[in-house]
Structure formats: C-alpha cells, structure tokens
Design a protein around this ligand. Structure first.
Ligand code: SF4
Length: 360
C-alpha cells in the first residue's frame, strides 16, 4: 500500500462545494481551465466560456485585475451555471466584490493581502456567500521565507502556511494547489501536502510549455498523482487555447479510466497500411466529439489494414480498418465493407446502435 493510500485511510478528503459542483472524497475529478481574454471584455469572455463548456470544461477561472472585470463577472455568473472562479492578487476589495458578484470560488494568496482585518473580511463574505477559497504555492513565485528549504518542502510549507491563516479565521472550504514546473517537485510537494491535511488538491504543472511537450509534461505530472488518488481537480496549463487545455485534461482522465468517453486507439502504421490512419484518426476524433461528453464509454479502433487490424483491434467496441478499395467497419466479429466517403455516416450509425444496445 502506498503512503497516499495509507493517509486516505486515516482521513477522508474533505468535500468542498464549488458552486453547483463538489470536489472531494470519491467525487468526479473536475477539469478546469482559465480564460485568456480581458475579463472586462464581456463578449469575448462569454464566447470563450461557452466554447469551454461545449468542450467539457467543469470549472472556469477568470482573472479579476480591476473593478471593470468585477462588473463583467456579475453578468457572467448570471449567464452561466458552470462554477466561475475569480483569480485575485493583492486587492482584498476585488476579492470581496467578486464573491458578491457570484464567484463560486476565489483564488487568493492570503500572504499578499496587506492587513489581517482585510483577510478576515474576505473570509466573512466567503462564508456568507458559501464561496470556497483556493490557496497555494507556485515554484515561480515562492516567498523568500522558504528559500532555504528543499524545493518541494518549500512549495508544501508555503501552501500549508496559507491554509493555516484561513483556518485561524475558522474557514475550512479550502482547495490547495502546489504547482511547480518540475514534475518531480510537483509530485513530491502534493504528496507532502496530502500527508498533512485533508483539503482537496488542485493539480497542475506550472509553465508546462507549448504543444506536445507541454501536454506530455502535464500528463506525467498530473497522471502520476491521480494514479495515487491524489488530486480532486486538474488544470493543464498550456501556452495554447483554453479549449486545448480542457481537451488535454479530459484525455488524461480518460487514460486513467477516471472519466468515461470515446477512447480512440489507432495503429502505428507499417508497410501493410492501406489507409491514411493519421488523417482518419483525426477525423474520427472530430466526428465523435459530441459523444465524448455523454459520460458513456466506447472504444473505437482505427487500423491501417484488415490483415492484422481486425485482430489487433478486437478489444475495441467498433473498429475501422483500411482495405485496398476503402475500409471495413468491424464489431462483434461482423464486417461491413464501406467506401471512404461512407465511413462517417456508418460509423455514427454503429455508435448510436452500440449505445442503444448498451443503455446505462
Ligand atoms: S494494423 Fe496493419 S497497418 Fe497497422 S500496424 Fe498492424 S499490420 Fe501495420
């Protein structure tokens, strides 16, 4: 039994409400992203949030650097039922007004709030409005008080110090994050925290980068912890669009069987390949995107040839394999010959049939 399992036996993870969702012990792992529009630009921010929701995002965070953004936040929280988190630095009034504007959670650093009475005031309003608070540490902005510690202990202790400030005011609806750009420090810091307190953890690798390398780094960093049942909500931070972050987050959860959806497997191709597997896999992903949000499980194989493809893909619920003249769609030992331009329609028909036969 790993350490984290042992600690989970000692204490249950606290359930924390974030708007109409709950994270905590045995709850779904929720995927977050953050808008990158100017929050005061209501139209762009609203469009981006809509896009995020359509792609399966569970929680959206917006930056609140000024009071114009709070005005926008008020309208945003009225428009959407998805929990909105307000990200605030330094200004306690922005925190208070964001909670009043309907933020389900605020992200602050209590160490950056100038006076104790200001923090007390934030906590009081958060309690009144049943908003939760995320605190935490980041390898890029660690306070010098922690500079002589091992990096992962510094991250852990810095986050725990913020927790203790909130606890001092009787506040317990806390979510903690400890993010590092080093996968190893990130892993150790989150374990360090999990072994000491039972608040839910928000996982992510900070400044993970762009494109594939950012996704790989995040997947390893987040995946290692989730595999040990550490982490209750995740954000894949990428130098890319927020929708990309959400898709990557959902893929991480699906890979660990923590979320149901369309699982596409495809062959690596070889000299036997008779269809453009890369192109077809991309299309299958696009055609099946709508099924991905149904919380239903289906495995689809995209294989380059019939000779080996049908055998190699037999664990899938539905498969496609390339032939000399097009493709075959196979399932339960049944083969249907299709022309290339028929693949989409027949595949979707077979997916519908599959879900109809395998009702929840
Ligand atoms: S399924 Fe066919 S094309 Fe794909 S790797 Fe196997 S043998 Fe090669």
């Amino acid at each position: 039994m790993g350490n984290s399992d042992r600690y989970r036996q000692i204490f249950m993870i606290k359930n924390v409400k974030i708007g109409n969702r709950v994270i905590g012990e045995d709850k779904d792992i929720l995927v977050q992203s953050m808008t990158n529009t100017k929050t005061y630009d209501l139209e762009s921010t609203t469009n981006q949030i809509r896009d995020l929701i359509e792609n399966g995002c569970d929680i959206v965070r917006v930056s609140i650097p000024d009071f114009e953004s709070v005005d926008s936040l008020k309208k945003i929280t009225k428009k959407f039922s998805i929990p909105i988190v307000a990200d605030i630095h330094f200004n306690y009034k922005l925190a208070i007004e964001s909670i009043k504007a309907g933020a389900a959670k605020i992200r602050i650093n209590p160490g950056n709030i100038e006076r104790e009475w200001q923090l007390r005031e934030i906590v009081k309003i958060a309690k009144d409005y049943k908003a939760s608070i995320r605190v935490g540490s980041n390898s890029g902005s660690l306070n010098k008080d922690f500079s002589n510690m091992e990096p992962y202990i510094a991250l852990g202790e810095s986050a725990l110090k913020q927790v203790s400030i909130l606890e001092k005011y009787g506040f317990g609806d806390i979510v903690i994050s400890a993010k590092s750009s080093s996968v190893t420090d990130n892993y150790n810091a989150n374990k360090y925290i999990r072994e000491r307190v039972n608040y839910p953890l928000h996982l992510g690798i900070t400044e993970s980068g762009f494109g594939d390398s950012g996704i790989i780094k995040s997947s390893i960093g987040i995946g290692m912890l989730l595999k040990e049942k550490i982490g209750e909500t995740i954000r894949v931070s990428l130098s890319d669009t927020p929708v990309k972050e959400v898709k990557a987050g959902i893929d991480i959860l699906k890979s660990l069987d923590l979320r149901k959806g369309v699982n596409i497997i495809s062959c690596p191709t070889c000299a036997r390949t008779e269809i453009n597997v890369m192109e077809l896999t991309r299309k299958v992903k696009e055609w099946t995107a709508e099924y991905d949000l149904l919380n239903r499980e289906i495995k689809i194989a995209v294989m380059g040839c019939v000779v080996n493809g049908v055998g190699e893909g037999k664990n899938a619920d539905i498969g496609i394999a390339g032939t000399k003249n097009g493709a075959i769609i196979f399932k339960n030992g049944r083969l249907i010959n299709v022309k290339l331009d028929q693949i989409k329609d027949i595949l979707k028909r077979e997916i519908d049939n599959y879900f109809e036969r395998n009702k929840k």
